[in-house]
Design a protein around this ligand. Sequence first.
Ligand code: 6R9
Length: 646
Amino acid sequence: MTDPAIYPVPAEWKAKAKVDAQRYAQLHGRSLADPGSFWLEQAKRLDWIKRPEIAGDWSFDEKDFHISWFADGKLNVAANCTDRHLATRGDQTAIIWEPDEPSEEPRRYTYAELHKEVCRFANVLKAAGAKKGDRITIYMPMIPEAAFALLACARIGAVHSVVFGGFSPDALAGRIQDCDSTIVVTADEGRRGGKKVPLKANVDKAAPLCPSLEKVVVVQATGGSIDMEPGRDVWYHDMAAMVADECPAEAMGAEDPLFILYTSGSTGKPKGVLHTSGGYLLWASLTHEMIFDYRPGQIYWCAADIGWVTGHSYIVYGPLANGATTLMYEGVPNWPNASRIWEVADRHQVEILYTAPTALRALMKEGDDFVTKTSRKSLKLLGTVGEPINPEAWRWYHEVVGEGRCPIVDTWWQTETGAAMIAPLPGAIDLKPGSATKPFFGIEPQLVDADGKVLDGATEGNLVIARSWPGQMRTVWGDHQRFFQTYFTTYPGKYFTGDGCRRDEDGYYWITGRVDDVINVSGHRMGTAEVESALVLHGKVAEAAVVGFPHDIKGQGIYAYVTLNANCEASDELRNELKQWVRAEIGPIATPDAIQFAPGLPKTRSGKIMRRILRKIAEGDVTSLGDTSTLADPSVVDDLVANRVG
Ligand code: 6R9
């Protein structure tokens, strides 16, 4: 192999780094040895109404389970993202918006303009009845108003719950109901890759299922024709014309809720991950500055959707708290063609780009010409997130996209962790393709075996985090017991990530993927149980079992085994019907890639489906199915192998 296994920190990065190798070791050491003083010092980077004197106060033990950070501090998150910058950079661009359609003009908002837009949006929400502590569901396309809406909630102390615009009316309704949202903020339609997304029509379908819902605030984005229900639906622009563009920022406790974001777990129902104000913002802001080596004036682009945690922390909260110029892109990476990302980078002179391995693999497949015909001279640093990056895609990103000059920061984290946890600091840590490298300040990762025994040195195991950090989620909305149960009982006293991981002889961490029943499709989390529940809702389906399988572009694909009801005939039509069914039930990201009709599923005598076998068959690895003797009916396996799809 000629490709290097290690990419040392380039000399010019070493020289100018905010944090070099020695300083990283020092700071990480101090953050663990003396967390109280370390975090109180870091907290000074935020603008507090009342500065905290207490840092972390937490216990992961069942008897005394609690997590809080900076509990005596008061601040307003939106004021940290707007007001505090007015004096120093009011005229600097805060948000650049790049539309889906390349021939349209981008929009730009300075910090002064952003401040006004957020205040106005906050006043509209108040006029719609919003109060501190209310939950507001945001179901929006990638337009600047989505960012205004998040910050407007934060300004008045309402708790936002963003639902990805690709989710179905049913999925939306479930998320509105779970947190009893009183208001939904949406748009007439969204646009992605030249296609329209009927957001308001989806809200209309969801609304009758949601008794708590009082008002729907509709932003006009495309001008497409929609229905407005009198009394319930209001146009944002009508209300905005009647309110002031000043709005006081509510003084919030550091531990007051900032947002809920639903994410898939290994059981059926998505969990409402709750983040609070002070610790979350500190975590988003500090990691954004250090991992991206962000410097004032740089154009920074996180190409995620605001519907995912990456969009929350690295399009909105982290960069805006840091006074950065953050680019928001409405469209998709490969439309109108596979040069789009690099053209946008050129157009706006982007210096820092953050995207997902699945996008890179899809673009890589289209050939290098789409990249090399663009300039990309502005790019200085490249980031990835969402799933393990295969070394081939890493090298392509490094060599072809970055022409060898941009460090790649592979950031491992989760909705639950608020922001990045394991990632290289570009001036401090030599890179290894495929490894997220080393823990951020305050993070103490451990690898444990199935019995919870902590494994030392170069080894492989389950990844746990041994102590709390400021950006940690605080609860599952409405179900604190489920929070404790999900994350702190598998390995008592530690936070269990659900990921498997290897640590090499240099102490580098290599995430190997989920060890629970969560699959990662194009960087999006999907619970196998959610897809199964959707399938069995279909009248012809008796039973379903869903597993992940390796997929060239998506990382993992969805493979569903379906047992039909008696008298129902298997056919290609039914297969397509079921794919469409799941798509409509959950959303396009949940569409199964393969459906295999199975007269029976491999079950133990106690009725447990042996997923290990189903995974092997889906992977095409049928020669090493392991021990099938404990199955109630071992012959079902032969049928499954014989009728494998793919
Ligand atoms: C931010 C985000 C979390 C799961 C996580 C892990 C996988 C994320 C990764 C990665 C390897 C990386 N994951 N980043 N695996 N390397 N750099 O993606 O949050 O949607 O909650 O997903 O994604 O399996 O547990 P979320």
